[in-house]
Design a protein around this ligand. Structure first.
Ligand SMILES: C[S@@+](CC[C@H](N)C(=O)[O-])C[C@H]1O[C@@H](n2cnc3c(N)ncnc32)[C@H](O)[C@@H]1O
Ligand code: SF4
Length: 457
């Protein structure tokens, strides 16, 4: 990495949201978002005949805690918890269907199981969970609805994959993080490569046509050498997609991350070097870089979506289907419509209790006003296409706010007749989150008083 790039990283490595939503969660104004209001918003969104939607099911359980983890999890080895949880999700699903019968008539583009670890559930229980849901939905005509799941290879066997194929799942995302044994030890996640390799082969053999690996850069004791080794193994197994996440170090939210020795954590330019090493290796072997931190082979739907301008981003990260509604079921699950964000109760016992009582839970939410909607659309464009049209009235502000980034060649303006586009240059890609800050009116109006976001690099 050149001295100039190192200097840029030092300059722009500031706390910034990852923009899986706008407004970002810490800026939500929950006043007015009751469960009744949420149902009203959702009913309104589903009232359009041609509206398309996505469904997310959250399974919070994990058998052990990886110490880097920023997800909403419930750590347990007690598998008797599976049944009551499945029952709670079914109750929630029934509540929605009863309140909004149109749900069953609108085209569902995508269903995703995330967590936690969805394969904490037994193969039979996965089918039991999905059965009543799949029975009530309408898929797109002539196309296979995208069905995907996140799995922890340490807790997933061939029987899980078979059960999932039986209910039409064709995409599997495996948590890998890093193949280096020492890094794995430090993050409390021992996962010998054979486990990932065997599961990948099994998935392919069973007809999963897209295998994704989640990798993370910035974990303790990762080095350029260890990253090169991890990439060599990754390329040997050749997943269709790779999410190469920047380790989000947020110990004030996730105290377990305090277990790391801070000095072991690569930061700033040393951290970015790890991304660049992986990037170079992947681009050299036919992968395309997508958005901020994803890579895909040209045969994968994420690549086709990005080429066709259809790439989308929501709470699930980058996805290949743009839908107006995301309905999340399960504890802490987040949903969105054009006008509203909504998060379910975050504590598992309270969530299950509310489901028993037959009530939709609301932990928090946000009703989008008109500037929110405009900013959200512009941020989404920039995060997915690296370019966004500016309104004429935004130009002077953009020129001033982004002056340093323009001067450093990280963003520029592209003219097309009377239209002006803000564009993130190739050199600016690492700083995409920084460029989005321009459209984050809420953050600009009220800078956070305490640490809430991880750093942009
Ligand atoms: C729900 S987990 C994936 C499935 C399964 N639980 C597993 O770990 O294999 C989602 C992904 O989030 C990513 N992740 C979790 N905590 C993170 C953090 N602090 N920073 C960056 N990525 C993180 C990991 O790559 C992880 O695979
Ligand atoms: S990374 Fe996955 S397996 Fe590990 S604690 Fe987080 S959700 Fe659970």
């Amino acid at each position: 990495m050149s001295v100039e790039t190192r200097k840029l990283i030092e300059k722009y490595d500031i706390p910034a949201p990852r923009y899986t939503s706008y407004p970002t969660v810490p800026y939500w104004d929950s006043s007015g978002v009751t469960s009744e209001k949420w149902i009203e918003e959702l009913r309104h969104a589903f009232s359009k005949d041609d509206v398309r939607w996505s469904l997310y099911l959250h399974i919070p359980f994990c058998e052990s805690l990886c110490t880097f983890c920023g997800c909403n999890t419930s750590i347990t080895k007690n598998h008797t918890r599976e049944d009551p949880y499945i029952e709670a999700i079914h109750r929630e699903w029934d509540l929605y269907l009863k309140a909004i019968p149109e749900i069953g008539e609108r085209i569902l583009e995508e269903i995703h199981l995330g967590g936690g670890t969805p394969t904490f559930l037994s193969p039979d229980n996965l089918k039991k969970l999905l059965g009543p849901i799949l029975a009530k939905i309408k898929g797109p005509e002539g196309v296979v609805m995208e069905r995907s799941i996140e799995v922890d290879p340490r807790r997933t066997n061939e029987a899980h994959l078979k059960a999932l194929r039986e209910v039409g799942f064709t995409r599997v995302s495996m948590g890998v993080q890093d193949f280096d044994p020492e890094v794995q030890r430090l993050v409390n996640r021992i996962q010998p490569i054979e486990i990932t390799e065997n599961l990948t082969r099994a998935a392919r053999g069973l007809g999963f046509h897209s295998v994704n690996y989640d990798l993370i850069y910035g974990l303790p004791k990762q080095s350029p050498e260890s990253m090169l080794r991890t990439m060599k193994e990754t390329l040997r197994l050749r997943p269709d997609r790779i999410a190469l996440y920047s380790y989000a170090h947020v110990p004030w939210i996730k105290p377990v991350q305090r277990l790391f020795t801070e000095a072991d954590l690569p930061t700033g330019a040393d951290k970015r070097v790890l991304y660049e090493i992986a990037r170079e290796a992947l681009l050299g072997e036919g992968y395309a870089e997508i958005g901020m931190d994803h890579f895909a082979l040209p045969t994968d739907s994420l690549y086709t979506a990005s080429q066709g301008g259809k790439l989308h981003r929501n709470f699930m990260g980058y996805t290949s289907h743009r839908t107006e509604i995301l309905l999340g079921l399960g504890v802490s699950a987040i949903s969105e419509t054009p006008g509203c964000f909504h998060q379910n109760e975050k504590a598992l016992p309270a969530f299950e209790k509310m489901m028993e009582a037959g009530k939709i839970t609301t932990h928090r939410g946000h009703l989008l006003n008109s500037p929110d909607r405009e900013n959200r659309e512009q941020i989404l464009r920039l995060m997915t296409t690296l370019e966004v049209e500016l309104k004429t009235s935004q130009l002077p502000d953009a020129t001033e706010f982004l002056a340093e980034m323009i001067g450093d060649g990280l963003v520029d303006f592209r003219k097309d007749g009377a239209r002006t586009f803000l564009r993130v240059t190739e050199a600016g890609r690492p700083f995409l989150r920084n460029a989005c800050l321009f459209f984050d009116q809420r953050l600009r109006e009220k800078a956070p008083q305490t640490r809430i976001f991880s750093k942009s690099i």
